[in-house]
Design a protein around this ligand. Structure first.
Ligand code: NAD
Length: 482
């Protein structure tokens, strides 16, 4: 069923059934490229959440007892469906989130591969046998932790939910996942792929609701054994504290404010082109988006000129239109945040070299913006912009640049550009970040872990480490002839 806007009617998925929830309470969904309401999302009642919890408890028993080979078969079937439906999933995602179709469809395709990777990796989640005296067997086993409560934001409508779902299901856990109320149909279409692939009822439950009410209820439920969250640092701290009160582990993928250090020996033009390309991806609404450009004073003019050229070459428009390079911001809150950060920086002496304003048309469009002379006390230098703002700041000494890069409480992504192997090693050693890219600004890869240090959170998604949070380690010592 679709609405007049060719947008699906959103449902929750509880105990293997698509449903609207108990009270009929809904929230509107807005297309950020048009500001038009294109549908609505049902909001769960406490009774809906309890049904989802019961289903996850039952689903866990079933899924845990399902042989790994069979689990893997179902997960690969889901990956096949995600790939087959990537164009349609991408179209829905662009309608509700705004990113260009090329990005959202690419995200759906990558998501299928991430799922395959985790599903295969779970087949190798070996324990170990420890040499022990004759007549005894000492083993270390890895078991699924149990039902998971997961909470995901709106910036990666396919990849975000799928990182939680694919790791949890591969490890043998069940889930209640709260999708974003701003991008619910994409999460629904993703979950539909798992359902259509034959996932047993109750193993994966999708709900929407008032975020604080839902998280409060799910986290304190004795059914839930792990809390997994992606989103802002303040909300992450709140949920981690709630989980701590009931002694539950949590996986926290939070924000950052990624420094890019461009050293004197780097090619400023190449560095600017690569950094600019990463900066405008998803209109800067990426937790690893490069966001503080620290450039050696000897090359800063060349770097900045090229960065401005790249910014002005971006075609900003509706993500559904051909040729769009950057879509709108996802919601009005981001637009207001851009305006606030720029006004503050300018009041403190910053210069806007290009952009600096929303576009004069309906939709939450904001021009790619490059700023210079941004003082260290401008909020833009300490607050994650989560939007298309690029402050360029010169430095003279690499140790000073490293001190600036490490001065914030965040530590998610960092980037460095240099031609020197020794300098690259210094950056690798000294940058406080969970993800470091040298001489490029590449995105995440399923084979390798992503995650933060300091206030950016703990735990890892991607790579073999992704399963760690979802598996417990059990020591079993067995005396054979008691
Ligand atoms: P927000 O802090 O209000 O919400 C972030 C996410 O957390 C949303 O998905 C929201 O639904 C959810 N959330 C909020 N309160 C919650 C609660 N009590 N329980 C459970 N979930 C809850 O911010 P926002 O306006 O949606 O986004 C703005 C900021 O969030 C950005 O500036 C950025 O720093 C951060 N953010 C980070 C990521 C990331 O991938 N790390 C993603 C989206 C947003």
């Amino acid at each position: 069923m679709t609405t007049d806007h060719g947008y699906p009617a959103v449902r929750m998925y509880i105990a293997g059934e698509w449903c609207q929830g108990g009270t009929g309470r809904t929230a509107p969904i807005v297309n950020p490229a048009t500001e038009k309401v294109i549908g609505d999302v049902p909001l769960a009642t406490t009774a809906d959440l309890d049904r989802a919890l019961d289903a996850a408890a039952d689903g866990f028993k079933v899924w845990r007892a399902t042989p790994v080979a069979e689990r893997t078969r179902i997960l690969h079937a889901a990956a096949d469906l995600i790939r087959e439906r990537a164009a349609e999933i991408g179209r829905v995602s662009t309608q509700e989130q705004g990113k260009p179709l090329r990005e959202s469809t690419g995200e759906a395709r990558r998501t299928a591969e991430t799922l395959r990777w985790h599903a295969d990796d779970a087949r190798r989640a070996y324990g170990r046998i420890i040499p022990s005296p004759p007549g005894t067997v000492l083993t270390v086993r890895r078991e699924p932790i149990g039902p998971v409560a997961a909470f995901v934001p709106w910036n990666f409508p396919v990849g975000g939910p799928n990182r939680k779902i694919s790791s949890a299901l591969s490890a043998g856990c069940s889930l209640v996942i709260k999708g974003s109320e701003e991008t619910p149909a994409t999460a629904m279409e993703l979950v539909r792929c798992y359902a259509d692939a034959g996932l047993p009822a109750g193993v994966l439950n999708l709900v929407f609701g008032e975020p604080a009410e839902v998280s409060e209820h799910l986290i304190k439920s004795p059914v839930i054994r792990l809390v997994a969250f992606t989103g802002s640092v303040p909300v992450g701290k709140l949920l981690a504290a709630r989980a701590g009160e009931v002694m539950k582990p949590s996986l926290m993928e939070l924000g950052g404010h990624a420094p890019v250090i461009v050293c004197a020996d780097a090619d400023p033009v190449k560095a600017a082109r690569k950094a600019a390309q990463a900066k405008w991806a998803n209109a800067g609404q990426v937790c690893t988006s490069p966001s503080r450009f620290l450039v050696h004073e000897s090359i800063v003019d060349e770097f900045t000129a090229e960065f401005v050229t790249a910014a002005e070459a971006v075609t900003v428009g509706d993500g559904l239109a051909d040729g769009t390079g950057m879509g709108p911001l996802a919601n009005e809150r981001r637009l207001a945040a851009m305006e606030r950060l720029i006004a503050d920086a300018v009041a403190r002496g910053a210069k806007v070299l290009t952009g600096g304003e929303r576009l004069d048309r309906p939709g939450y469009f904001f021009a790619p913006t490059v700023l210079t002379d941004v003082p260290e006390d401008a909020r833009l230098m300490s607050e994650e912009p989560f939007g298309p703002l690029a402050p360029v700041v010169p430095f003279g000494d690499l140790d000073e640049a490293l001190a600036t890069a490490n001065a914030l409480p965040y530590g998610l992504a960092a980037y460095g550009f240099t031609d020197s192997a020794a300098t690259a090693e210094k950056l690798s050693d000294e940058l406080e970040a969970g993800i470091l890219s040298l001489n490029h600004c590449g995105g995440s890869v399923h084979e390798a872990p992503s995650g933060g240090v300091k206030d950016s959170g703990y735990g890892r998604e991607g790579g073999p480490e992704a399963l760690d949070a979802y598996l417990i380690t059990k020591r079993v010592s067995h005396l054979l002839a008691p």
